[in-house]
Design a protein around this ligand. Structure first.
Ligand code: PGA
Length: 258
């Protein structure tokens, strides 16, 4: 009943020539992608147009970030409505998502939960779906504070939303200590956190909302560990960094659901 999603976060990688090659390879492999999996890529914003328009495959796309403001004197920023206006197709809309609060934004740009709540509001007002990232640091896990940290991130960033709006949110649980480090959460650790997040949603809204929210795992997810992770009852897919930069390994991950 929940959407299965495999999403690639390209971060600040690739140039236009690489993007063209990537999309060509993805098109060639696309017939092997299971039809019940939604595949999304988050390229640097200047390549969104290419990613959204250059594949025959129904690839979904999203931005890696957006402004917390509607418009105005915010040099370097891109608003949610600008992103939304890049793809106005009603039926075949591809640019549908935006990451919010990736740990690299939290860490290097001091993005706090309150600011992220404004980004979420901007995106939903422009009919884009936030993929809200949360996750604890190594120190927070070592001091057994992972639930407390994630609860605070989700409560402050998302739980101001009424139920109808929350139903357009996807959550990505990404333990910071697993991102780009080669260390993956064990499937038990990941499942435990996903179930916990789902219980928070149930407490805040209701069981139906909790059961229909897609919660993705991120942090060194790759073809060799995706199967075990995706087999967990509360893991609905992945947000993939490094392993999404090559179409073959990325597409391999789309086949990891049972
Ligand atoms: P990684 O990145 O797969 O390279 O660990 C995941 C992410 O940052 O979203």
């Amino acid at each position: 009943m929940r959407k299965k999603i495999v999403a690639g976060n390209w971060k600040m990688n690739m140039h236009d020539i690489d993007v063209i090659q990537y999309l060509k390879e993805l098109d060639e492999l696309s017939s092997t992608i299971p039809t019940d999996v939604e595949v999304v890529v988050f390229p640097p914003a200047i390549y969104l147009d290419m990613v959204t328009n250059l594949t025959d495959y129904e690839l979904k796309s999203g931005a890696q970030d957006c402004s917390a403001n509607e418009n105005g004197a915010y040099t370097g920023e891109i608003s949610a409505s600008m992103l939304a206006s890049m793809d106005n197709e009603e039926e075949t809309k591809r640019l549908t998502y935006c990451l919010v609060g990736h740990s690299e934004r939290r860490q290097y740009h001091n993005e706090m939960n309150e600011l992220l709540a404004s980004k979420v509001n901007q995106l939903l007002a422009s009919k884009l779906m936030p993929v809200y990232c949360c996750g604890e640091s190594k120190e927070e896990r070592e001091s057994n504070n992972q639930e407390k940290v994630v609860k605070s991130q989700i409560t402050k960033g998302l739980f101001h939303l009424p139920k109808e709006k929350f139903s357009n949110v996807v959550i990505a649980y990404e333990p910071v200590w697993a991102i780009g480090t080669g260390l993956t959460a064990t499937s038990e650790q990941a499942q435990e956190m996903h179930a916990y997040i789902r219980s928070l949603i149930e407490e805040q809204y209701d069981v139906e909302t909790a059961n229909s929210t897609s919660i993705l795992y991120g942090g060194s997810c790759k073809p060799s560990n995706a199967k075990e992770l995706f087999a967990q009852p509360d893991i609905d897919g992945g947000l993939i960094g490094g392993a999404s930069l090559k179409p073959d390994s990325f597409i391999e991950i789309t086949k990891a659901f049972n």
